[in-house]
Design a protein around this ligand. Structure first.
Ligand SMILES: [Zn+2]
Length: 472
């Protein structure tokens, strides 16, 4: 059995953001749409003003930007005050980030691009109000009717408890251009388990299996978790086919043949798959994080596959498209976020070719590695992870003993939600608050997983975002 630590791992306060799609009706839709453009115009004016100030050798701070924006006549900004505040803050942050990046040698410009739409912000004290009839009122400024929505029922994806609107942070109403849909982004703080301990876990990243993780349990056993990613590949292939079909149709269009419909269809397809793949990356990272936390890992080491997209020789590439759509960067970022650990990168050359028992070099062709010398047989990705683990501990591929037990657990990624999850997250339409009971995400846990680990998998929600990307 997997050794589950007796003392609970460290937990920390984190900010999560629930994304709730909302459907707005005629008047509300129009007003929200106009307000998004007005907010974008305000941003543009702020950018122009800052550039003008720089020309006269003046460097405006956050409060200067805010003072300029609020000095504009009220008719020019029919928005709630909180949105103006957020624009001043975001613009200042963007300028600061570009300065830091330039200092670090990255070539970037300060904000200059004209925006088409910008999210609207509503805080607890400015802009949003919960009405007595359990509706959410979003203000669009004085003398303009606000937007009225059903009150979304947000549940903490770890505890399953309802998060009351009093505890929400600054919420945003965003427009997804590709999916042509509004959504509410609602941040709330929550406690999350992090990994604490001394064990070393190695990660081997791949395309068919996004992650394989290996950890020594005691001197005699290595636990390996392999997370399968075939469904994500299917989704990508489907998307490429669909966009390819639309592209070929577009190339045949003539004047007046309403090409914009095909453009919109392409965007919709891409937008939809983007959400599905984001969910998939979170699921992979969550399953990997469960392994890491259960084994009390203190050091996370990954084989360095950065740059594989262009380093691999053209002849040997498994199809360039496939490699360029390899989403490892995101998954590793999510894993670091979910475990609270930094990820080290090690050279992984030869890790899938070296036999971990006798150190002979083989050339595996299929998914299984079979050593020609000592007849040791193992899954190829598990073997890669074990070799990286040995390299992380000893500095080279030191053979493991012949009597070491390798326990492999296979986890399948699941892209579709269970009916329970669908109901739980269809919140706006729901008048009543639903508490998240046991939302399974159809993970087929291997038989070696204990019930505790299974519980951790089943309570994983897909509606979580990395705080880094919160101000996207
Ligand atoms: Zn061997």
């Amino acid at each position: 059995m997997v050794a589950i630590p007796s003392s609970p791992p460290a937990s920390r306060e984190v900010v999560r953001t629930a994304i709730v799609p909302v459907t707005l009706s005629g008047g509300d839709y129009r007003r929200a749409h106009d307000a998004h453009h007005v907010a974008a115009g305000l941003w543009d004016q702020g950018v122009d003003w800052v550039h003008g100030e720089w020309k006269v050798k003046h460097n405006p701070g956050k409060y200067d930007i805010r003072a300029f924006l609020t000095s504009l006549p009220r008719e020019q900004r029919p928005l709630c005050a909180q949105t103006t505040e957020a624009i001043a803050h975001d613009l200042h942050e963007a300028i600061k980030t570009s300065r830091t990046n330039r200092k670090n040698g990255i070539k970037v410009r300060s904000p200059w691009r004209k925006k088409n739409c910008r999210p609207l912000s509503f805080s607890k004290h400015f802009g949003r109000r919960v009405r007595s009839d359990n509706k959410l009122n979003l203000s669009l400024g004085r003398a303009i009717p606000g937007i009225v929505l059903g009150l979304p029922a947000i549940t903490d994806s770890v505890t399953g408890e309802l998060v009351s609107p009093e505890l929400w942070g600054e919420i945003q109403l965003c427009w997804d251009q590709d999916n042509r849909q509004f959504s509410l982004h609602i941040p709330y703080s929550s406690r999350r388990m992090f990994s604490a301990g001394k064990a070393v876990t190695a990660i081997d990243e791949g395309i068919i299996n996004p992650m394989a993780l290996a950890t020594w349990v005691d001197g005699q056993t290595i636990n390996v978790t392999i997370i399968n990613g075939r469904e994500a590949r299917a989704i990508k292939r489907q998307r490429n086919k669909a966009t390819g079909r639309l592209q070929s149709k577009m190339s045949k269009t003539k004047n007046g043949s309403r090409k914009h419909r095909l453009v919109a269809a392409t965007k919709r397809t891409k937008g939809k798959t983007r959400l599905q793949l984001r969910d998939f990356d979170h699921q992979v990272a969550r399953k990997a994080a469960n392994h890491v936390i259960a084994h009390k890992t203190g050091r996370l080491v990954a084989g360095d596959v950065r740059g594989i997209e262009y380093k691999t020789k053209q002849k040997r590439r498994m199809g360039r498209q496939q490699l360029s759509q390899f989403s490892r960067g995101t998954q590793v970022l999510y894993l670091a976020e979910k475990t609270g650990l930094d990820i080290e990168h090690l050279n992984e050359s030869g890790s899938t070719k070296t036999c971990p028992v006798c150190a002979a070099r083989n050339c595996p062709s299929g998914r299984d590695h079979r050593c020609k010398v000592c007849k040791f047989t193992c899954h190829r990705d598990a073997l890669g992870a074990i070799n990286i683990l040995q390299e992380a501990i000893h500095g080279s591929y030191v053979p493991i003993g012949a009597d070491v037990v390798i326990r492999v657990t296979y986890l399948r990624d699941a892209l579709r939600w269970s009916p329970v999850q669908c109901n739980t997250h269809r919140m706006v339409q729901c008048r009543k608050a639903i508490t998240l009971g046991s939302a399974k995400n159809q993970a087929s846990a291997g038989e070696t997983l204990s019930s505790k680990a299974k519980l951790a998998i089943s309570s994983t929600s897909s509606l979580e975002r990395v705080p880094l990307a919160a101000v996207a």
